[in-house]
Structure formats: structure tokens, C-alpha cells
Ligand binder design. Structure first.
Ligand SMILES: [Zn+2]
Length: 388
């Protein structure tokens, strides 16, 4: 490279190799952390951080400076956090990488967030929803109006579920608008609105403005407050299909949350069509997974037969020694039928609601997870961890 010493050239190459390895392994983040005597490099793959390599501490300033230059940041500024973007040439495309630099005790910690490296499959049939629920999900998302709630914790693939639904119903005849923060995937044909501080409007105001533009289908990134919930329910009852995310602990808890936000029971009953709650299970690496027998704790926990054939993995070079490659969602689903509408409209307390709806769940998280264990998709340990 022109104007650089041999040493600098090597460091540039090392950084290039590191980013390339991160993309190859499907990492979402690369953490570069200087300590007293070394630099630790870790990758987040399938949601879990794993150690990738150790670099000599002598390279610390050079690595930081090169990455800052690549992202157009001020390389002389070492006492303030900085954020930027790198467009990284990879195969025949550019991968967008967001960089965040944060000063701390031993220098500057750098996190590179790689955008969209996980292969995104937006085929609704591949989500893994059981057959009966899938038929119902498709029916709900092709309704002219109503509220569909896709719930789960942060980082459990709710966005993929929402986009798979949109991908299924997309058509030139429909006005589909999404409100997101941030926009995780850009999909041609949808009006995706990035919510940002610069917009200087609150969520409910933006929602009202969007509703005046006559959307057929509106995706609400997250219902965070009462006002947004009220506008969303109102819209769902007046000719719009609303698909929204909510941060809750299970599908029934979602209804309780809406009530706690002050939404009337009869309005929830009239608007709601479908609720899902999801978790993500890591998939055992196909190269190193091996048959195994379940331990007594797992036999009890998942109600497994004593001679059940389960699988485990040791880790190998194909999975960066994590034992896993990729993730898949598992769903709890509550389909709102006539009887449930009745329960929703007439049950007064959250406690009674939970008691009455518990046996109405059509896709049980526990049973669906057990199926994945017995099919060798995931291990007992991983399943137990994600269900906790
Ligand atoms: Zn492996």
C-alpha cells in the first residue's frame, strides 16, 4: 500500500483478514479489546460471544488508528466515544459495518457490528411454525383489519417473523408501511420509516401521520406506551391491519400488558387476531454433533423417555469451537377464536385471564422445544438455557 511502512501494511492486512473471518463465520459483532499485555478479539456468533484470537498489545494504537481512518473518524481523538460506518468489499458486494469506539482503562475498545451477514430466509413456511398455527397465521395476516402481535425478548428474531409475514402478503396493490428503530433489513417495495431523534415527533404522533397516508398494513416496530397502544388498536378496528411487536414474557402476558396500559378489554377482544411469543434455539453444528443420552435433570425437565436419543456437540473448526451453527425460532401461539374473544371481553383480572387462556395455547413453547431436542436440532442444555 502506497505511503505505508511494511509494518502498517501487515496490520491493514490483519484487520482485513479479521473482518473477512467474522463475515465468513456469520458473526454479528467483532469486539476488539485491549488489556494490559494483549488485545483480545471476540466474535458474537448466533448471539454468543466467543474468543477468536489474541493480538500483540504493541499493535493497539495502529489497529485503532487504521479502523478510525477506514470509518472516516478522527484518529487523533482518543478520549471520546466515536461512531462511524465502514463499507467493506466482500465477494461481489459491500458489507456495511458500524464501528463504535469507546475509551477505557487500557486504550479504546472497538466494536464492529456487521450488518445482515446471517443469511436471511424470509419464507414464512420455513419459520418452523406448526402446521395448524401456520394456516391460521396466514389467514390472520391476509385479513383486511385487526391486530397481530409478534412478541418475545430482544434478539429473538421477531423482526424476521414480521418480515416473513410481509413477504408472504406483499403485493403492488397494498400500501405497506413500517415504523422501525433501527431498520434491520431493507426490503424493496415497502415504505420503511426509520424513527430517529431528528424526526422530533413522538411515536404516537408519527403513527397518526402515517395513518393519514392510508396504509393497508402498518408495522409498528414496538408498542412502548399507552398512547401508541391506543392509536394502534383504534387503527386495527378501522380498516387497517396492524402488525406490532411487544416486549413481553409470554403470549398471555401480552394481553395483560395491554390491559395494564389502559386498553379496554372489549377493544382488545375486538381487535386482536393472533399472538406469537418466540425464543431462539442455537442449532447444533452438523459437523461435530454426536448422539448422546440425556442426564436425569434433562429427563425430568423435558419429560423425556430414559432411552431418548438426544444430541450434543464438542465444537470444531467449522463452528469456531462453539458447537453450534445458526439459530431457529420456536413459537408459543395463541389464535384468537370466538371462544377466546369471549374470554378476553369478559374476564376481569389478569390472574383469571392467565388461568383461562393457559389451556388454549395452540403451540406450546415447551412441547415445540422438546420436538427440536428429539429431532437433534438442538441440545438439552441449550434448550434449557433458552427456556429459562
Ligand atoms: Zn462444529
Amino acid at each position: 500500500m502506497f505511503g505505508k511502512t511494511k509494518e502498517q501494511f501487515n496490520t491493514v492486512q490483519e484487520i482485513d483478514t479479521l473482518i473477512r473471518a467474522g463475515i465468513d463465520l456469520g458473526a454479528s459483532d467483532i469486539h476488539i479489546e485491549p488489556f494490559e499485555d494483549f488485545i483480545r478479539v471476540r466474535l458474537r456468533i448466533d448471539g454468543t460471544l466467543t474468543k477468536f484470537s489474541v493480538l500483540p498489545i504493541a499493535k493497539r494504537d495502529e489497529i485503532t488508528a487504521i479502523l478510525k481512518v477506514m470509518a472516516g473518524l478522527d484518529s487523533t481523538q482518543k478520549r471520546q466515544s466515536q461512531d462511524g460506518k465502514i463499507k467493506f468489499a466482500y465477494l461481489d458486494m459491500f458489507v456495511e459495518i458500524r464501528i463504535s469506539v469507546l475509551p477505557f482503562k487500557y486504550g479504546e475498545k472497538i466494536v464492529l457490528r456487521i450488518q445482515n451477514t446471517e443469511r436471511i430466509d424470509l419464507n414464512i413456511d420455513n419459520l418452523g411454525i406448526n402446521e395448524n398455527c401456520l394456516i391460521n397465521f396466514k389467514k390472520s395476516i391476509t385479513s383486511k383489519q385487526g391486530l397481530i402481535l409478534i412478541t418475545g425478548s430482544t434478539g429473538t428474531g421477531k423482526t424476521t417473523t414480521v418480515y416473513s409475514a410481509l413477504n408472504y402478503i406483499r403485493s403492488d396493490e397494498l400500501n405497506i408501511v413500517t415504523l422501525e428503530d433501527p431498520i434491520e433489513y431493507e426490503i424493496p417495495g415497502f415504505i420503511q420509516i426509520q424513527l430517529s431523534k431528528e424526526l422530533n415527533m413522538n411515536y404516537a404522533d408519527i403513527l397518526r401521520a402515517v395513518l393519514r397516508q392510508d396504509p393497508d398494513i402498518l408495522v409498528i416496530g414496538e408498542i412502548r406506551d399507552t398512547e401508541t397502544a391506543k392509536v394502534a388498536i383504534g387503527a386495527a378496528l378501522t380498516g387497517h391491519l396492524i402488525i406490532a411487536s411487544l416486549h413481553t414474557n409470554d403470549s398471555i402476558d401480552t394481553i395483560v400488558r395491554l390491559r395494564e396500559m389502559g386498553i379496554e378489554a372489549y377493544l382488545i377482544a375486538a381487535a386482536l387476531k393472533f399472538i406469537s411469543y418466540q425464543i431462539l434455539l442455537r442449532i447444533l453444528c452438523p459437523t461435530c454433533k454426536r448422539p448422546s443420552t440425556p442426564n436425569p435433570e434433562h429427563i425430568a425437565m423435558f419429560n423425556l423417555p430414559e432411552d431418548a436419543k438426544v444430541f450434543t456437540s464438542q465444537g470444531c473448526k467449522h463452528c469456531n469451537n462453539t458447537g453450534f451453527k445458526g439459530r431457529k425460532p420456536v413459537f408459543e401461539i395463541l389464535i384468537i377464536d370466538e371462544e377466546i374473544i369471549d374470554i378476553l371481553a369478559t374476564t376481569t383480572t389478569g390472574y383469571n385471564l392467565k388461568k383461562k387462556l393457559k389451556h388454549r395455547i395452540q403451540s406450546n413453547l415447551f412441547i415445540e422445544t422438546k420436538k427440536q431436542i428429539l429431532a437433534g436440532v438442538t441440545s438439552c442444555t441449550e434448550a434449557a438455557k433458552q427456556l429459562m
